[in-house]
Design a protein around this ligand. Structure first.
Ligand SMILES: Cc1cc2nc3c(=O)[nH]c(=O)nc-3n(C[C@H](O)[C@H](O)[C@H](O)COP(=O)(O)OP(=O)(O)OC[C@H]3O[C@@H](n4cnc5c(N)ncnc54)[C@H](O)[C@@H]3O)c2cc1C
Ligand SMILES: NC(=O)c1ccc[n+]([C@@H]2O[C@H](COP(=O)([O-])OP(=O)(O)OC[C@H]3O[C@@H](n4cnc5c(N)ncnc54)[C@H](OP(=O)(O)O)[C@@H]3O)[C@@H](O)[C@H]2O)c1
Length: 277
């Protein structure tokens, strides 16, 4: 039998205390490479829908291992939601993908970012262009009342390789359409302004192809019944994807006469990277 010893201050194993710790409340795995999770929100954290923060875990060396993450929940939500890739040999996500409710993560409460309403001049139609986890900031903005107060129409395009990679966004939009709290916050019929345009590039789906090609050949406008394409007088856009995607969309938007804005200088479109590399 193992000898029992009283637990004293000296013998007790102390749970490691994370700096800026928040508790995981929910985790959902969508595919082998995608998951979403919710954590408690620090009482002092204020952010604008569309912004990102640094989150992470303690690394093996005992130091925080942090990465930029868009907050996928809206600014009014009492918790914080994130939508994440699982990079199998990624320093952070090889570990983060195993979190469970009750676990703690580190969250630095300093939100920043350009995908915010303040960085755009007033307009009538708002485009969200996302690939992969680039959907995350739009998951926030689609649940933000100001999006519907400021615009008559909100078009969200999401391009992924495979159909299953669209599921988080698809379900989120279905839930928005039925959400009573959002209807109370924003007003009856607000969700009729949303136009969802999902496309895949490597697996058969109702709409195949890169959104960039579908914009260039006019398919998007024909499908959505938009005459004359994107116009600088009425259309505003937010873009979030890989660097290559962002550059390609930027070129297309500039050809339509839109200019890139920033927090300090609002214009017709804004861009943020969904990841580096
Ligand atoms: C402003 C900003 C916001 C971000 N928001 C999110 C977010 O909301 N959700 C999220 O999952 N990631 C987001 N990222 C990426 C995130 O910061 C990390 O890179 C990611 O969590 C992987 O971390 P890692 O340490 O496991 O691997 P890393 O060493 O950071 O990345 C390894 C490689 O994996 C690939 N990769 C990394 N992230 C992604 C991704 N999201 N999609 C596809 N390939 C990727 C890249 O090729 C990268 O070089 C964001 C990045 C930036 C700059
Ligand atoms: N998701 C996966 O199944 C998978 C599998 C193996 C490796 N990876 C690696 O994981 C990383 C991220 O993969 P990901 O699929 O999340 O992101 P991604 O490679 O950026 O692709 C996401 C979607 O955006 C499209 N896209 C990419 N560049 C574009 C551009 N310049 N213009 C228009 N559309 C563009 C892709 O179309 P295309 O398919 O035409 O490129 C794809 O449908 C990459 O480094 C990738 O090599 C991912």
């Amino acid at each position: 039998m193992t000898e029992m010893k009283p637990v004293t201050e000296a013998t007790a194993v102390k749970a490691p205390v994370l700096p800026d710790a928040q508790t995981v409340t929910d985790v959902k795995h969508w595919t082998e490479s995608l998951f979403s999770f919710r954590v408690t929100r620090p009482a002092s954290l204020r952010f604008r829908s569309g912004e990102f923060v640094m989150i992470g875990l303690l690394g093996d060396n005992g130091k925080p291992l942090l990465r930029a993450y868009s907050i996928a929940s809206p600014s009014w939500d009492e918790e914080l939601e994130f939508y994440s890739i699982k990079v199998q040999d990624g320093p952070l996500t090889s570990k983060l993908q195993h979190i469970k409710p009750g676990d703690q993560i580190i969250l630095r409460p300093k939100p920043v970012g350009t995908l915010v309403h303040d960085a755009l001049l007033p307009g009538k139609r708002l485009w969200f262009f996302a690939t992969g986890t680039g959907f995350a900031p739009f998951a926030s903005l689609l649940r933000e009342p100001q999006t519907y107060e400021d615009y008559d129409e909100v078009i969200i395009t999401h391009t992924c390789r495979e159909v299953a990679e669209l599921e988080y966004g698809k379900q989120l939009i279905e839930n928005i359409r039925q959400d009573e709290l959002l209807t109370e916050l924003i007003g009856e019929g607000f969700a009729d302004k949303i136009r969802y345009y999902p496309t895949t590039t490597r697996e058969q789906s109702p709409k195949m192809g890169r959104i960039t090609n579908l914009l260039k050949d006019g398919t998007v406008f024909a499908d959505l019944g938009i005459e004359g394409g994107i116009k600088p007088e009425t259309d505003r856009a937010m873009v979030c994807g890989s660097l290559a995607f962002n550059l390609d969309i930027k070129e297309i938007l500039e050809e339509f006469g839109l200019r890139e804005g920033a927090n300090s200088e609002p214009k017709e479109f804004v861009i943020e990277k969904a990841f580096v590399g």
